[in-house]
Ligand binder design. Sequence first.
Ligand code: FAD
Length: 288
Amino acid sequence: MKLPKFDYVEPTTALEAVTLLSQSRGLAKVIAGGQSLIPTMALRLAQPALLIDLRHLESLRGIAVDEAGLRLGAMTRWREIQDSAEVLDTHPLLVEAVRHIAHYQIRNRGTVGGSLAHADPAAELPCIAVTCGASIRVLGILGEREILADEFFLGPLATALGDDEIILEVRFPRWPSSRQWGFQEFSRRQGDFALAGVAIFYDTDNSGRLENAHVGVFGVGQCATRLSGVESALNGRTNTISVAAEVARLAAAEVTPSDDLHASARYRRALVAVLLERAMALARGERA
Ligand SMILES: Cc1cc2nc3c(=O)[nH]c(=O)nc-3n(C[C@H](O)[C@H](O)[C@H](O)COP(=O)(O)OP(=O)(O)OC[C@H]3O[C@@H](n4cnc5c(N)ncnc54)[C@H](O)[C@@H]3O)c2cc1C
């Protein structure tokens, strides 16, 4: 399908990009990898009069690891994360989630900032950002601010980003090397958006009891979210098969999916339970 007509600019600084956005009074959109925006335009679900291409903004590129954690520039592409030995070493849950995103060709183009801004409820990165307590640094015409991932996603395709703001980077807290984790999702075909997905990580005390349990889900609500009831039920316990079965039932009760074209709410609840049990088995070290 042909795209609607639009003007096109390639700013060379982030400030120039937000100035153009602000001057457009809501008629412009920034474009990163184009993997979500272009199909949306082809379907006439978005008809921006101006596309502001972020491809030349070097300040939005790059992966950096330091004492505070991991920083991913908004223009970092999925493939760069997947290929990074440093990210695999310091944030393995993130790399595992990225491996499940779409197809190779799309991972070559799609970006971190595009996924966060697009805020698809079934996307992997928003879930990992919320589960890990990441924060998102944004720039607008009035300056920079940092938004917790938990407060960034407001609903399907809706975020706390202002009309004149762009995402600069996402920051993940440091990840202890002893941390245990698991990630599971289910989609009809490889590369499709997930019908449901689960991410879990926790630390353990000297006797192997769980502390700091974080459990996130995606594809089963308005946006990615943590399951605080499941997390409370896990802390102080041991990750055994029976505990996993018990919290899986809790998870199915705590999520709030709806029926849609792809699956019923009942099916998604059942999926969450199965996926959480599997993710907890992976976290115990039962890797195939
Ligand atoms: C067939 C197919 C399957 C897919 N499967 C998955 C999947 O399984 N999981 C998944 O997570 N994604 C999936 N995607 C989406 C893919 O990961 C996209 O690349 C990603 O969601 C958007 O990134 P992008 O760089 O392409 O953004 P674009 O398409 O360029 O932009 C998307 C939106 O974000 C805005 N935006 C982009 N960058 C910024 C920024 N820095 N600041 C502010 N706003 C910005 C744009 O204005 C636009 O509104 C799939 C896409 C396709 C076509």
